[in-house]
Design a protein around this ligand. Structure first.
Ligand SMILES: NC(=O)c1ccc[n+]([C@@H]2O[C@H](COP(=O)([O-])OP(=O)(O)OC[C@H]3O[C@@H](n4cnc5c(N)ncnc54)[C@H](OP(=O)(O)O)[C@@H]3O)[C@@H](O)[C@H]2O)c1
Length: 327
């Protein structure tokens, strides 16, 4: 993929209608990427994103480059399967950017039930849904020979002092019990659950990177705290207003949060192949919400705990066993 021209490169992006997803898609479009697949929850949302990009683009590289698809609901495996089956079979994908997802705001854990398994919803929506997308793309043989997969990470995976606890699990069993809702005295904290889900995507990327074939790359990358996205959309109205108009403004002026465009520029550099290599876990410096892109692995021993990596992968495979490639 690194040696391909942008014009002949195909990027697949989930949540392309969201804050950073939309900005990333816009930049890719303006840079002249040949095909950008907007894989959204509904086709209307994908089309809405396309219209917005075409309206705002300074360099219009041809509306045909933007392909719109719906059905990519990260909590609904059957919908994902159907959505992937609607993709054209002759369009090989070079970069898969799995970035849809967000926090489940509330007071109690929620779970997704699928084929007899019960999985914490934040983890399903931010991690397992993306894995199911990937499995189905592989099944249909839609990935190019040297593909690159980028999972959107989050600083919460290694904790942010005063904002999100560092997620830790003393054993694979504790990890499993947390995910399956069997941990005694388990209390829900939405932002911590989000951080934990991002740690899970890092564990998954670690495993996929270990098993990658020559030329394939799996990267986990967080651009840092970003204001102005829809991330707070499901928060109660006043809290949302306060955080968006006061909290984020203060963080912006303190240099603790960036705009969706600034975040998207970083994602684009990862899509371009300029940032990140197979197995990288990248994000802002220790304890910071924003800053230079550095290796996150030393910030939480869980990132490199092989027992946790293997246990999470076992859970993922129990939920969604590997599919056979259709030849
Ligand atoms: N904002 C930050 O500070 C920050 C920092 C680092 C990393 N990130 C990560 O970057 C990614 C994008 O964040 P953002 O702030 O741009 O969020 P956003 O504006 O809320 O956009 C989220 C996107 O994900 C989609 N999505 C959410 N849940 C979904 C589900 N269950 N199924 C299908 N699509 C779903 C949304 O689609 P709908 O419109 O259909 O809901 C939307 O397109 C997320 O993975 C986030 O964790 C965010």
């Amino acid at each position: 993929m690194k040696n391909k021209s942008k014009q002949s490169t195909t990027v697949f992006i989930t949540g392309a209608n969201g804050g950073m997803g939309l900005e990333t898609t816009k930049i890719l479009f303006e840079k002249g990427y040949g095909t950008i697949i907007l894989a959204c929850r509904t086709e209307e949302k994908a089309k809405g994103a396309k219209d917005k990009i075409l309206l705002e683009a300074v360099n219009n590289n041809g509306a045909d480059a933007l392909k719109t698809y719906g059905g990519f609901d990260m909590n609904a495996p059957q919908s994902i399967e159907k959505a992937v089956s609607a993709l054209p079979s002759d369009q090989k994908i070079d970069v898969v950017f799995l970035q849809s997802g967000g926090v489940i705001f509330g007071k109690d854990f929620e779970y997704i039930h699928w084929k007899g398994k019960k999985i914490e919803k934040t983890i399903f929506q931010n991690v397992i849904g993306g894995y199911i997308v990937l499995q189905n793309l592989k099944r249909r043989n839609l990935l190019s020979e040297n593909f690159r997969v980028i999972y959107a990470g989050g600083e919460g995976a290694r904790g942010i002092p005063g904002m999100m606890d560092k997620p830790t699990f003393n054993s694979p069993k504790v990890l499993r019990d947390y995910i399956e809702g069997n941990l005694k005295g388990q209390k829900y904290h939405d932002m911590n659950a989000m951080g934990t889900s991002k740690l899970m995507s890092a564990l998954l990327v670690a495993k996929l990177a270990q098993e990658a074939q020559q030329g394939e790359e799996y990267i986990w990358f967080t651009p840092g705290l970003t204001y102005g996205t829809n991330g707070l959309a499901t928060k109660p109205a006043f809290e949302r207003w306060f955080l968006e108009n006061v909290g984020f403004n203060i963080m912006k002026w303190l240099g603790m949060a960036q705009s969706p465009f600034q975040a998207a520029e970083k994602y684009v550099s990862a899509i371009d192949g300029l940032r990140g290599e197979n197995g990288d876990i990248l994000g802002s410096p220790e304890k910071k919400t924003l800053g230079a892109t550095v290796d996150q692995k030393p910030m939480n021993s869980a990132f490199t705990d092989q027992n946790l990596i293997d246990e999470f992968y076992s859970i993922v495979q129990e939920v969604y066993p590997e599919l056979e490639v259709i030849r």
